[in-house]
Design a protein around this ligand. Structure first.
Ligand code: DLZ
Length: 162
């Protein structure tokens, strides 16, 4: 099966993000990758109308810390959605599994605890090349996908009763 291009989407299906506020938490591990994810997310939010003032970016040491960084956003900043960006690359030990399990469950818990969108923009790859391919490479940019998802989820919440 062909891998999806993470930057390909129906532009018409994305609502305006003009009045939406976003927090982005970026892991410093594998920073070449995660900074590319962050650039993709910021550019895509702006492409759909979000303003610089309404996009706040913070950094945490690693992907494992993303849920707590995201929780700080929920508690201390007035944001409509939080995007979590990280990259976990499989190594020789089981650390990969623990980090992936932790950030996945942590993100689910945040969504339900705060009743607002926390978007899972974490690459979990076998090697660095697979990550590069998904951070602005041949399979697009997971940051773009995360940004579009954030906009759509904020719109869904704001218009749920329509
Ligand atoms: C320790 C660790 C390892 C081995 N690998 C990664 C990784 O591939 N990607 C990532 O974002 N973080 C990694 N970390 C760091 C953990 O996420 C975390 O920062 C530390 O375990 C400290 O809690």
């Amino acid at each position: 099966m062909a891998t999806k291009d993470l930057s390909q989407y129906d532009i018409e299906s994305v609502p305006s993000a003009e009045n939406m506020r976003f927090g982005i938490v970026v892991a410093e591990w594998n920073f070449e990758i995660t900074s590319a994810l962050a650039n993709g997310a910021v550019n895509t939010l702006k492409k759909h109308g979000a303003t610089d003032e309404n996009i706040r970016v913070k950094y945490v040491p690693g992907t494992f810390e993303l849920p707590l960084g995201a929780q700080y956003f929920a508690e201390m900043e007035n944001v409509d959605a939080i995007i979590l960006l990280g990259c976990v690359i499989q190594g020789e030990t089981r650390h990969f599994d623990y980090i992936c399990d932790g950030v996945t469950q942590g993100t689910i818990d945040l969504n339900l605890k705060y009743n607002k969108p926390f978007i899972f923009g974490v690459l979990t790859t076998n090697d660095e090349q697979q990550a590069k391919d998904r951070a602005g490479g041949k399979h697009g940019n997971k940051g773009d996908e995360a940004a579009v998802t954030a906009i759509k989820m904020v719109h869904l919440k704001q218009n749920f009763s329509d």
